[in-house]
Design a protein. Structure first.
Length: 267
């Protein structure tokens, strides 16, 4: 299979409970809608992780996009995956930098050396997998182990968005409405709509929110002026940070790079 050579499958396959393989795709309109859902589903975690560590979320989005494109090219388009922010670093970064959880992390340079070292180690593991295969990973980390690790990370962080993203009782109730909307779409629909449960559920919850706030005045009204006035192109305000490599024992010194003077904007 070539990089952009997929076998097209009708959406009726989903209606019958079938699946779309890595070498297959839906017709382009349905594929585009699925892509929109994937962006929405991954955007929250991609932005939340850097916020919890005091990073600039724009940098995380930019690097996530670049990394995903590189991954797509390296795998020849055969692995439909998205590279988002890693939640495995959150606890370590917060502990190493003594981050209080509000605003930019002034000590983020202390952790950047360790993060870069982890990236280098991941690269070496990737080379090792290419040479000898994945059997050793499956023996050392079977699904029962990796699944438990992912579950523990998720459960440990579950309370953070509940506490931080609901500024009022009304917002807390809207969180519940959103969860219920997604759940009802998953249970009551079939086929393509069921596969779009996140997108459809969020649309339903957004409409309910608009009616309750803009229509009935029960909460903070929706204001799209910021979105309409946002620049189409931009770059993170700070692309370089202080690197403190003493943490990982590479160099007992600091290596600094000047902050970029580029204007902030959407990545």
């Amino acid at each position: 299979m070539g990089m952009l050579d997929w076998t097209e499958k009708s959406a009726e396959v989903l209606q019958q409970g079938g699946v779309i393989g890595p070498d297959e795709r839906l017709p382009w309109p349905q594929t585009a809608v699925m892509g929109v859902q994937h962006v929405i589903a991954m955007f929250g975690a991609t932005v939340l992780a850097p916020i919890l560590m005091g990073f600039d979320p724009n940098i995380a989005i930019l690097m996530s996009g670049i990394g995903t494109l590189i991954f797509f090219v390296v795998t020849g388009g055969k692995v439909p995956s998205y590279l988002g922010s890693s939640f495995a670093f959150i606890g370590v970064v917060i502990a190493a930098t003594a981050y209080a959880g509000k605003g930019p992390n002034a000590n983020i340079g202390v952790a950047l050396g360790g993060i870069i070292a982890c990236g280098a180690l991941y690269t070496l593991i990737g080379v090792l997998v290419q040479v000898i295969g994945t059997g050793w990973i499956e023996r050392f980390m079977p699904p029962v182990v990796t699944g438990a690790v992912v579950a523990v990370i998720g459960l440990n962080l579950a309370s953070i968005p509940v506490k931080n993203m609901a500024a009022s009782n009304f917002d807390s109730w809207m969180q519940l409405v959103t969860f219920v909307s997604v759940g009802l779409v998953a249970v009551l629909t079939r086929g393509m709509v069921q596969r779009l449960l996140i997108l459809v559920g969020l649309i339903v919850a957004t409409l309910i929110y608009a009616v309750l706030t803009n229509g009935l005045g029960l909460g903070k009204p929706m204001d799209l002026s910021g979105l309409l006035n946002a620049a189409w192109f931009g770059a993170p305000a700070q692309l370089f940070e202080l690197l403190h490599l003493r943490m990982v024992g590479i160099w007992p010194a600091k290596v600094s790079a000047p902050a970029s003077s580029m204007p902030s904007g959407a990545a």
